[in-house]
Design a protein around this ligand. Structure first.
Ligand SMILES: Cc1ncc(COP(=O)(O)O)c(C=O)c1O
Length: 477
């Protein structure tokens, strides 16, 4: 390397000249990370940020020892999903190989835009995703690609749906007299509205469909909304069903929604960002029945498959539609005769090699390993639900269908107007006194407590602590 005033380990010398310096930095960083992760249970699941990292841009290199000390501060002030008491969101502790997968991906720094720029990984991605699409039952012509998050997956699916159903790939929407609309449950993720806005339809193009007491889309309302939209001169083109609602983890009635989509020739997208993992569970796979009729599916392995963020896929029943109804070729890219340049088929061009940590996790844990984790999650959820049901001052938001339990206190010794505050104080009490982080979503206009039982180290003793924390708080009010 030319004689530049840089730290010895600024880059890795491809002739191995600075291997010892780099190895030392790797070893120290790994030690700091493992020191933290192997004692994560001792720290808060959600610590307060008390000191901030320096944000000034230094003129000269900082000593590596100083950088490592900042990293330690960072780790101790960050969300701690490895803690067995971190049970508030759909954020899992990552598989070990997905941590290593991200390290490898960064080291390789391939570009998932094109086959030329990531020759092996760009073949691995379509092959692995085609297999996963088969597990969803999407058929022989199915396939998919990885994107950075569930919101982007929903956007990509609805972009293809719009282009296919409305034939607007080239001309856009300006020629249309009938406003296009789509239908999603009132509890669908907000990314559906974002997608409609970005696609030039406007957020109001997402017609909210009423839900039943179990947070599932009402079929009668869906039919009525479609008929009303047609009568009003709008053009329905898609239905979005959810398999694993964000707050309560419930599943829309997929077979019946698929039948309605077929009746009206609408695109069916299933947002299975959370629930998609159930394809790996022989015991619970049936809950996704009907998903095999979807035209597209969103699935986030970064949630229930424990792959480090980000790792999200969008799958299509007919993968070829991406070629005909989405692709914009990059003329600076070489074409491969066998494999597509996935960056030409997706919203993103340059893409991170998320496929590596997904592939490593699936190889390392295996289908049966995931099935066992999911089964254990269901057992611990049942244990929690049984305990909570014994308290008459607690109310469930819905019947849990996954490892998500959403409930709230409705203590009759407190004025109803103060129930939201009571639940907010209970959440703070659990974090402060018991190192338990449950989240506090707003749902149907009220504050609820949400528990997501993802962490395999969250055992019955944690649930016992949670119930004790709730009981002690209730007694004191
Ligand atoms: C059902 C559902 N869809 C989509 C998303 C959006 O995913 P992301 O935050 O990765 O964009 C979420 C996030 O929790 C979700 O629960």
């Amino acid at each position: 390397m030319p004689d530049l005033p840089l730290p010895k380990s600024a880059f890795i010398d491809p002739t191995g000249a600075n291997r010892a310096d780099v190895e030392a930095l790797f070893a120290q960083t790994t030690a700091v990370l493992l020191d933290f992760l192997t004692s994560a249970a001792q720290y808060s699941p959600l610590p307060k940020v008390t000191t901030m990292l320096p944000v000034t841009l230094p003129e000269n290199p900082l000593a590596e020892s100083a950088l490592l000390s900042f990293v330690q501060t960072l780790l101790r002030s960050s969300m701690n999903p490895a803690h067995p008491g971190y049970i508030g969101h759909m954020d899992s502790l990552p598989t070990v190989v997905s941590i290593l997968g991200d390290l490898l991906a960064a080291g390789m720094n391939n570009n998932m835009l094109s086959v030329e720029m990531s020759p092996m990984l760009s073949q691995l991605e379509p092959q692995l995703l085609a297999q996963i699409a088969q597990l969803f039952g999407l058929g022989d012509r199915s396939g998919g690609l990885l994107v950075s998050g569930g919101s982007l997956a929903n956007l990509q699916a609805l972009a293809v749906a719009r282009n296919v159903k409305l034939q607007v790939l080239k001309q856009g929407l300006s020629q249309r007299s009938q406003p296009p609309v789509l239908f999603a449950s009132e509890l669908a993720h907000t990314s559906i509205q974002k997608a409609a806005m970005i696609l030039g339809l406007g957020t109001e193009a997402v017609i909210p469909v009423a839900t039943n007491a179990n947070a599932q889309m009402s079929l009668e309302s869906l039919q009525a909304e479609i008929e009303q939209a047609i009568a009003a001169g709008q053009q329905p083109f898609a239905i979005v069903a959810t398999a694993g609602t964000t707050v309560t983890g419930n599943i829309d009635p997929l077979p019946q929604i698929a039948a309605i989509a077929q009746q009206h020739q609408l695109w069916l997208h299933v947002d299975a960002a959370y629930g998609g993992a159930l394809i790996f569970s022989p015991e619970h796979r049936h809950r996704l029945s009907g998903i095999e009729q979807a035209d597209s599916v969103t699935f986030n392995p970064q949630k229930w498959l424990y792959v480090a963020k980000t790792c999200v896929m969008v799958l299509f029943r007919q993968f070829g539609l991406l070629q005909s109804h989405f692709k914009v070729a990059a003329p600076y890219m070489a074409e491969d005769s066998q494999w597509p340049n996935l960056g030409e088929l997706s919203v993103q061009g340059t893409r991170h090699a998320d496929i590596l940590k997904l592939w490593l996790s699936l190889q390392h844990i295996g289908k049966q390993g995931y099935a066992k984790i999911i089964q254990q999650n269901y057992q611990i959820t049942t244990y929690l639900v049984e305990q909570l049901k014994q308290q008459t001052y607690l109310q469930f938001a819905s019947q849990p269908e996954m490892n998500i339990v959403c409930f709230r206190g409705i203590p009759d010794w407190i004025d109803e107007a103060d129930w939201d505050a009571w639940n907010t104080h209970l959440q703070q009490h659990l974090l402060r006194e018991f190192d338990l982080f449950v989240s506090l979503p707003s749902y149907r206009g009220q504050r609820w407590l949400k528990v997501v039982l993802l962490n395999p180290y969250t055992d019955e003793s944690v649930i016992d602590q949670l119930c004790k924390g709730i009981a002690t708080f209730a007694r004191g009010t």
